[in-house]
Design a protein around this ligand. Structure first.
Ligand code: FEO
Length: 394
């Protein structure tokens, strides 16, 4: 496959992976993903920025041959996770004089994960540069988006910023550049929710930093390239802002439809008050959609049936994931139904220590919801409506 030129002597040498259905054995992929890699030819030296996911190494190396890449001097590792570093050992074997250029934290990760020897590295700090001959690479520390080892690389003369996972999307592409279409916005949001949201404050900080650098293009390590960086930066600013939307997320697990009936009733009641509400059946709908809603929701109402006197494991899993993702929700509550007893709310709320939420009175019923249960749900809807109003969320 012929490499596509991004700018003079700067090439895209990444690959689409349209068949991949899950990432890290955790994140469902709607469309597959890409592993972006870039080749930069200076007047004197050649560099590769980020490499390849292990199962694609052979194809990646064949492409380098087909494009007549005879020498690589530097392999820039912006981050140590193996979907980007997987081909480093093979590249070091192929180009025996090449050095891996990265920061100390990433070096340590690569040494331990890929067993690369110390003498193969050049260690750089924030602000260090390497000159390829008319093309200067400047390294910018960006720890926390999303690993402690992350850095960006700025190609100064061409004003291109390589941001690794930050500002990416799990979305294969044919045209290199992102279009402001619905599919990309959804993929980028899903990716932000699942990968970047736990580091929301750092996302804000680095989105501001990227804006200050003002690159002509942002080149991430997954998904389309951004030749209009303000498009993705504006989305990140919205998603990482402190203000949630006037929206209630109601993920639920319902063994005998009682919790489902309560969830739909609550949704209808909230909507009648002008509060958006979204119900997800955790068993049917999957965690990706729920994660996306967590980006915006002001309130989370988790619904669960009881299993052996405890919350259904699928509801506990949603609580566990929500706690890991640290959404900006301000309020939370619970709805549930039991057969013979047990503790639902304490167990679920104990699973949410990372959420800075005010708890709204939950509703628990034995068996099917009755008129009395619906009155309690009316009160819950009213409490949520008032809480949003007082918090200025509308
Ligand atoms: Fe795409 Fe954190 O690896």
């Amino acid at each position: 496959m012929k490499f596509r030129e991004i700018k003079n002597n700067i090439y895209y040498c990444g690959l689409n992976d349209v068949d991949r259905v899950i990432f890290d054995e955790l994140i469902p992929l709607e469309h597959g993903t890409t592993y972006n890699s870039y080749l930069i030819k200076g007047a004197e030296k050649t560099a590769i920025i980020d490499t390849m996911y292990p199962p694609f190494i052979e194809k990646y190396l064949n492409n380098l041959d087909e494009n007549d890449v005879k020498n690589v001097d530097y392999i820039i590792a912006n981050h140590g996770e193996q979907d980007h570093t997987g081909a480093i050992p093979a590249l070091l074997e192929k180009f025996s004089n090449a050095k891996v250029v990265t920061n100390a934290t990433c070096k340590s990760n690569i040494k331990e994960m890929l067993l690369v020897d110390e003498e193969k590295f050049i260690t750089v700090k924030d602000g260090d540069t390497i000159n390829l001959g008319g093309k200067t690479l400047k390294f910018i520390s960006a720890p926390g988006v999303h690993w402690p080892d992350t850095m960006f690389t700025h190609l100064i003369e061409d004003n291109l910023l390589f941001t690794c996972d930050f500002l990416g999307a799990h979305l294969p592409f044919d045209d290199l550049y992102s279009e402001n279409d619905e599919k990309l916005v959804e993929s980028a949001k899903r990716y932000y929710a699942e990968i970047m949201m736990p580091f929301r404050m750092l996302c804000k900080k680095y989105a501001d930093l990227v804006e200050t650098i003002s690159p002509d293009m942002v080149l991430p390590s997954h998904g389309p390239l951004h030749n209009k960086p303000e498009f993705i930066l504006n989305l990140y600013k919205e998603w990482s802002s402190d203000t949630p939307k006037n929206m209630v997320l109601i993920p639920y697990v319902s063994m005998y439809k009682s919790v489902e009936e309560m969830a739909f009733y609550l949704k209808k009641k909230l909507e009648s008050k002008g509060v958006n509400a979204v119900c997800y059946d955790v068993i049917e709908d999957g965690l990706g959609d729920i994660a996306m809603c967590l980006v915006d929701a002001a309130t989370i109402v988790l619904g669960a049936s009881m299993v052996l006197a405890s919350p259904h494991p699928a509801a506990a899993n949603v609580a566990y994931i929500a706690n890991l993702l640290k959404p900006k929700a301000k309020f939370a509550s619970f709805i549930g139904s039991y057969g013979w007893g047990g503790n639902l709310f304490d167990k679920l709320s104990d699973m949410l220590p990372n959420l800075k939420v005010q708890i709204i009175e939950p509703v628990l019923v034995k068996g099917k919801p009755t008129n009395a249960s619906f009155e309690l749900l009316d009160k819950m809807a009213e409490s949520i409506y008032e809480a949003h109003k007082e918090a200025g969320i509308n």
